[in-house]
Design a protein around this ligand. Sequence first.
Ligand code: NCN
Ligand code: DMD
Length: 338
Amino acid sequence: MIRFADRAAFTAALSALPGPGEAAVTAARTRQAELTKPAGSLGRLEDIAVFMAGWQNTPRPRIDRVQAVVFAGNHGVAARGVSAFPVEVTEQMVANFRAGGAAINALCRSCSADLSVVPLDLERPTGDISEEAAMSEAECLAALNAGAAAVSPDTQLLFVGEMGIGNTTPASALCAAAFGGEAALWCGKGSGIDDEGVARKILAVEQALALHLPDCDDAFETLRRLGGREIAAMAGAILAARMMRIPVLLDGFIACASIAPIVARVPGFTAHCLAAHCSAEPGHVRLLGYFGLEPLLRLGMRLGEGSGAAAAVPIVRAALATHNEMATFAEAAVASGS
Ligand SMILES: O=C(O)c1ccc[n+]([C@@H]2O[C@H](COP(=O)([O-])O)[C@@H](O)[C@H]2O)c1
Ligand SMILES: Cc1cc2nc[nH]c2cc1C
C-alpha cells in the first residue's frame, strides 16, 4: 500500500514516476497489426488496448477487477452561496451511495465495478478558501493518504469520483492556479446555480487566488490551500495508481481538477489516464485541453460521483475483448493487405 510520510515524500514521488511496460506495449501493437481487420480500423479501441497492455505490463491485458472509489468532503466556501444545494446533501448522498440508490451504484452494477465510498470528516468542512487555506498540512496529508490507501493493488482499472456540495468552486480555483486565466473562464453552473450564484463563485475564486497564489509553490501547497479533502484524496489515489502502474479512467471536472496542480508541474503525469468523458461544466473541456487528453464520451453529463468514468468502462471492455479474442490473419487463414 502506498503512503506518503510527509509533504516531501509526496513531492518526491512526483519525480520518480514509473512508465508503462515498453515490451508489453510493443507486443500489443504487434498483435493489433496481426488481427483480422484493416490496420487502424478499430480506431481508438486499438490505442486503448495498447494503453492497457502498457500499464498492466502484459501483452494481454484484462479487466476482471474494476475498482471505483467515491470520496466525499465538505467545503467552507459553500457558505458563500456558490452551490444550488445545501451542504447537508453531501452526507445525505453518502447514505444514498451506501444504500445503493445513487447513479454511481446503478452504473457500477451495470459495468461490474467494485464501489467503495470514503467520507472524509464531513462534520468538519474545510476552511473557506476565499479567506484562509482549505486544510492544514496534516489534514491535506491525511486526505492524500486516504486516497492512496483506498486503491487496491490488484485493481486492473481504477476510477475515482467525488461528492461535495460546493466543490466546483475549489476545483475552478485549482485550475486557474495551475494553468492561469481569469477566474470566470473556469467557473460554470456546477450543480445548477443561477447567474448571481456564478457571480458569487467567480468572486470567491478571485479572492482565493489573490490570497493564496503567491504561496502556491508546489502541488501539495496548491491542494492544501485551494483544494478540499475529497479533492486531495482523488489526487492521492490517482498518484498511487501511477506508482502501482494501475490504469485510470478520469471522471469529470472536479476529478480532473484534483490533479491539475500535478499536471502543471509534471506534464506527463496523465500518461496512465484515459479521459472517460467531457463534462458539461465548461472548465472541463479547457482542462482536458491542457492535459492533452481527448475524452472517450461527450454525453453532457455533470453529475460527478465517478459516473462519467463508469459509463466509459464498457468501451475499455470492448477494446480488450477485440484485442484478446480476435483471430489473427494466420489463424483465420485470411489474406492480409499490403
Ligand atoms: O463531474 C463534474 O463534472 C461535475 C460538474 C458539476 C457538478 N458536479 C457535482 O456537483 C457537486 C458540486 O457542484 P456545486 O454546484 O455544489 O459546486 C459535486 O457533488 C459534484 O460531484 C460534478
Ligand atoms: C443530488 C446530488 C447528487 C450528486 N452527486 C454528485 N454530486 C451531487 C450533487 C447533488 C446535489
